[in-house]
Write a protein of this length. Structure first.
Length: 417
C-alpha cells in the first residue's frame, strides 16, 4: 500500500512537471514509467508484453519486429494474421486469441459493466470461431476497444471531480495566507482540520486526498520562514516601486524632448514648430524668403479600413521616403500628424515650392503601392504658400492649409498654391 501510494504521488508529479493534461492515458503512462523505475511489475502496465507469452514464437518475433506497443496495435496485427492464414490456426489457438481480445475489452478504471462491451466479450468467449469471419468482427472489436477507453476516461473524470472544489478552495486560501502571512499558520491548521473531516469512499480518491493533505502539512511547517522572507521582499518591492516611478517620470520627460516621429523617422510636430521659429527669425533679420508645403494622403482612412493599420503604416513610411528623395539638405521635412506632412523650403519662392510639390505628387501617383499582389490607389494633395506673400508666420501656415483644402475639394491628387 505504501509503495503504491508513493508511485501514485510520483506519477502525479511527473504529469505536472511535463505540463501534460490530467487524462487517463497520461496518468497510466506516468504511473507505469514510475513503476518500471522502481522495479515493480504491474499487470496493467505490461501492455502488449503481458499477452506476448501466450503467442507462438513466430508471432512473438513478428511483434518485436513491428515494435507493437499498445493493445489496439496488437489486436489489429493478430486479426490481420488471422485473415491471412486462417487455415493455419487450430481451434485451440483461436480460442486463446478470443480470450485475449475479451480481456483487452475489460475496463481498467471504469467499474460499471457496459452492455455493448459485455455483448462483444460474450460473443468472443462463447464462440471463438467468429474471429475467422469477415471484417465485421474486426470493426466490432476496434469499436469496443475505443468504447472501453472512453469509459475509462469518463470514470477518471468522475473520480477527480469531487476534489476540484476542494483543490480550488485550498489554492485560494493558500494565496490569501501568503498575502496576510501574519495569520497564515492558524489558517493552514484550519484547512488541515477541514481535510480530516472530508469524507471519501473511493480508494483512488483517498490517495489524491492524502496527497493534498501532505501538501498542506508541508505548507504549515514552512509558513514562519515564508513570513519572514515576505517581509524582506516587501521592503525590497517598495524600493523597486520608487525606482520604477522615477524611471517612468524620466521616460515621460524624454518623450517630451524627442524631436523624431517614431514611425517615419522624420521630424515630429514639436521639432517642426522649432524650425518654423528659426525660419521666421531668419526672414525677419535677413529677409530670407522661405515657402511651405502641406501634404495630405488622399482617402487614407479607406486604406486603413480596407487593408489594415499595419499596411497604413507601411504607406506612411513609403511616402516619407519619397519626400526624402526630393528635398535638399537645407530643407526640413516632418510629420505634422496622422497622414499630414509638412516641408519647409529655405530660399524658395512659390513657383519653386509648387514645382517641388508636383514632383512629389507624380512620384506618389506612379509608385506601385502593393498589398498581397493588389495595387493600392495612393495619391496626395498639396497646399503651398510663400512667406513674402503673407504678413506673418501664422498667415503663412493658414494659407497653406487653405490651399490644401482647395486641393482636396477640387478633386484631390493636385497641387494648389
Amino acid at each position: 500500500m505504501a509503495l503504491s501510494k508513493k508511485l501514485i504521488n510520483k506519477a502525479i508529479k511527473r504529469i505536472q512537471a511535463e505540463g501534460s493534461p490530467f487524462t487517463p492515458d497520461a496518468y497510466r503512462e506516468a504511473f507505469c514509467k514510475e513503476a518500471k523505475l522502481a522495479g515493480v511489475a504491474v499487470q496493467d502496465c505490461m501492455g502488449v508484453e503481458k499477452f506476448i507469452p501466450t503467442l507462438s514464437k513466430d508471432l512473438q518475433k513478428q511483434i518485436k519486429e513491428y515494435r507493437l506497443k499498445t493493445t489496439d496495435e496488437l489486436v489489429r496485427f493478430l486479426i490481420t494474421q488471422l485473415n491471412q492464414t486462417k487455415s493455419q490456426y487450430s481451434e485451440k489457438k483461436v480460442k486463446k486469441l478470443a480470450h485475449l481480445f475479451a480481456n483487452a475489452l475489460t475496463p481498467s478504471i471504469a467499474s460499471k459493466e457496459h452492455q455493448v462491451l459485455q455483448k462483444t466479450m460474450t460473443k468472443l468467449t462463447t464462440n471463438p470461431t467468429v474471429l475467422m469471419g469477415t471484417e465485421q468482427i474486426e470493426n466490432e472489436i476496434k469499436s469496443a476497444i475505443s468504447l472501453r477507453i472512453s469509459l475509462d476516461k469518463e470514470s477518471l473524470k468522475e473520480i477527480i471531480k469531487p476534489l476540484d472544489g476542494v483543490m480550488q478552495e485550498v489554492t485560494l486560501r493558500l494565496l490569501k495566507m501568503i498575502e496576510t502571512s501574519n495569520t497564515s499558520n492558524s489558517d493552514i491548521k484550519e484547512i488541515k482540520q477541514e481535510l480530516k473531516k472530508y469524507q471519501h469512499s473511493d480508494n483512488d480518491l483517498k490517495k489524491i486526498h492524502d496527497k493534498i493533505y501532505t501538501l498542506v502539512d508541508s505548507f504549515e511547517k514552512g509558513t514562519q520562514v515564508l513570513s519572514q522572507e515576505l517581509t524582506t521582499y516587501s521592503n525590497e518591492l517598495k524600493e523597486m516601486d520608487k525606482k520604477i516611478k522615477r524611471l517612468e517620470k524620466e521616460l515621460e520627460e524624454a518623450k517630451k524632448d524627442s524631436r523624431e516621429d517614431f514611425l517615419t523617422k522624420l521630424y515630429n510636430k514639436r521639432a517642426l514648430e522649432e524650425f518654423f521659429e528659426k525660419k521666421e527669425a531668419e526672414y525677419k533679420r535677413h529677409n530670407t524668403n522661405y515657402s511651405m508645403v502641406m501634404f495630405d494622403l488622399d482617402h487614407f482612412k479607406n486604406i486603413n479600413d480596407t487593408y489594415g493599420h499595419d499596411t497604413g503604416d507601411i504607406v506612411l513610411r513609403s511616402f516619407a521616403k519619397i519626400l526624402q528623395s526630393q528635398i535638399r539638405k537645407e530643407d526640413i521635412l516632418g510629420r505634422f500628424g496622422g497622414e499630414e506632412f509638412v516641408a519647409l523650403l529655405g530660399q524658395t519662392d512659390i513657383n519653386g515650392a509648387k514645382a517641388f510639390a508636383e514632383k512629389v505628387r507624380k512620384n506618389v501617383e506612379q509608385k506601385r503601392f502593393m498589398h498581397k499582389k493588389e495595387r493600392m490607389p495612393i495619391t496626395v494633395s498639396c497646399g503651398v504658400s510663400e512667406r513674402k506673400q503673407c504678413n506673418s508666420m501664422e498667415e503663412l501656415f493658414a494659407l497653406a492649409d487653405e490651399n490644401l483644402y482647395k486641393a482636396k475639394n477640387g478633386g484631390r491628387n493636385r497641387v494648389v498654391g
